[in-house]
Design a protein around this ligand. Structure first.
Ligand code: NAI
Length: 462
């Protein structure tokens, strides 16, 4: 038996960041992880591998569509799928090994195996019992199942299977037009698959600003993705060479089906808490299976905390990381804090989509007086030079005080550009504060400044 100040359960972005911060704050810390490698879903089968495939397939798209325009002539590259997967695996390995190095550097003990919590202050891994004053659950999430749909991770796959397909499918049916469906759908569309996305709602990417949703869908359609909207998937049927998706159109209840080589189920994720022994402990879960926590991430059992996908809030790696750092401060006797009003969201398609703060629809529903500053990347010289004029920046600011309330970007490097607005919002900045900040020319970031200018006397290049 070993005794620690803190034991973190799970080494995903929430857990490993938390463990490192605990160590930096002088606590004796262990992190339990059952996977062979550290980094959780994000590094092993999520954010990082999907970005490798998005990058590789985007390069192919550039070669096929834009090289000749720039005077780069010749045969466009062909796809060696095995090598592309090997490149992706190398990226994963580099990242997961990096966390191992950070654990060693910070003296975080990695306990290998799956943990359960027999009682407050105790963590069991295999036959070993360990003790800790504080236990932090960062057990993450798993793909939600869909009634009537049996996943085999070969023909009917979740995001995990979609990252290791034996070959590039000729046709891919994606169930769900959320982040996962559109990112991975984009990858396979660029690699030549005929991609059809079946979505229950009438708009893609639920919760996103309406104007962005429309523009994003148009741009994806231009890239060849097909959408069947307002369609509830009822079941899938696996056949010898592929599968059939059965769905019902909401407008008239009519039944339809679609055949595809591979079906990707991307209809959301659910908290992963099985095996931890939470029932016996009396840790309260919400109706949706999330662990309930107070303002300091403490569960209903004293000394047991929870963060990340296992609790309420957006299922995002960076939200989990922030909670991981904050709860480390709390267990170290300091004051951890997360500003949930300023958590950016990014979709890594091409163009990228990014958002922070309120959408226009939310402001309308709240009856709030607001103004809109919008600027198209068509007016941005740098974007035009690199074939990235599609999209816009939209800033929402309070009508009276000019304080920035939200920002929505679709366009080049949107996932990086959003952060100047995040910083501005953290400082309670006005749109004018952004507009009066000198932005280097020629950069994509000038589009953010122009949108801020558009909240006032007007953008220059509009
Ligand atoms: P999601 O919640 O983003 O989207 C699921 C979609 O499936 C919704 O639009 C929903 O209406 C639709 N749907 C549900 N049941 C359906 C049915 N029977 N028939 C047709 N459509 C149906 O979920 P997704 O894309 O699986 O992502 C899971 C989580 O992972 C999300 O919380 C997401 O934020 C996170 N994630 C974030 C990424 C990023 O930040 N770039 C990347 C990948 C995942």
């Amino acid at each position: 038996m070993a005794t620690f100040d803190v034991i973190v359960i799970g080494a995903g972005p929430g857990g490993y960041v938390c463990a490192i911060r605990c160590a930096q704050l002088g606590l004796k810390v262990a992190c339990v992880e059952g996977r062979e490698t550290l980094g959780g879903t994000c590094l092993n089968v999520g954010c990082i591998p999907s970005k490798a495939l998005l990058h590789a397939s985007h390069q192919l798209h550039e070669a096929e569509h834009n090289f000749a325009k720039m005077g780069l002539k010749g045969k466009s590259p062909s796809v060696d799928w095995k090598q592309m997967l090997a490149y992706k695996d190398e990226v994963i390995e580099g990242n997961t090994k990096g966390i191992e190095f950070l654990f060693k550097k910070n003296k975080v003990t990695w306990i290998k195996g799956w943990a359960s919590i027999p009682a407050a202050g105790q963590v069991k891994v295999g036959d070993e019992l360990h003790e800790a004053k504080s236990i932090i659950i960062a057990s993450g999430s798993e793909p939600a199942s869909l009634p009537g749909v049996t996943v085999d991770e070969e023909t009917v796959v979740t995001s995990t299977g979609a990252l290791t397909l034996g070959k590039i499918p000729r046709s891919l049916a994606v169930i769900g037009a959320g982040v996962i469906g559109l990112e991975l759908g984009s990858v396979y569309a660029r690699l030549g698959a005929e991609v059809t996305v079946i979505e229950y709602l009438d708009a893609i990417t639920p919760g996103m600003d309406g104007e962005v949703q429309k523009s994003f869908k148009r741009l994806l359609e231009k890239q060849g993705l097909k959408f069947i909207m307002g369609a509830a998937v009822q079941s899938t049927e696996t056949k010898k060479n592929g599968a059939t998706v059965h769905y019902k159109l909401k407008k008239d209840d009519s039944e339809h089906s679609l055949d595809a080589d591979v079906v990707l189920v991307a209809t959301g994720r659910r908290p992963l808490t099985t095996g931890l022994g939470l029932d016996t402990l009396g840790v309260t879960l919400s109706k949706r299976g999330q662990i309930e926590t107070d303002a300091h991430w403490q569960t209903s059992v004293k000394g047991i905390y929870a963060i990340g996908d296992a609790i309420d809030g957006p299922m995002l790696a960076h939200k989990a990381e922030d909670e991981g750092m904050a709860v480390a401060e709390v267990v170290a006797g300091k004051h951890g804090h997360v500003n949930y009003a300023v958590i950016p969201g990014v979709i890594y398609t091409h163009p990228e989509v990014a958002n922070v703060g309120a959408t226009e629809e939310q402001l309308k529903a709240e009856g709030r007086a607001y103004k809109v500053g919008k600027f198209s990347f068509m007016g941005n010289g740098r974007a035009k030079a690199v074939f990235a004029g599609d999209g816009f920046v939209k800033i929402l600011a309070d009508k009276d005080t000019d304080r920035i309330l939200g920002c929505h970007i679709i366009g080049p490097a949107a996932g990086d550009l959003i952060h100047e607005v995040c910083v501005a919002m953290e400082f309670g900045a006005s749109a004018q504060d952004l507009a009066l900040t000198c932005h280097a020319h020629p950069t994509f970031s000038e589009a953010v400044r122009e949108a801020a200018l558009a909240c006032g006397d007007g953008a220059i290049h509009a």
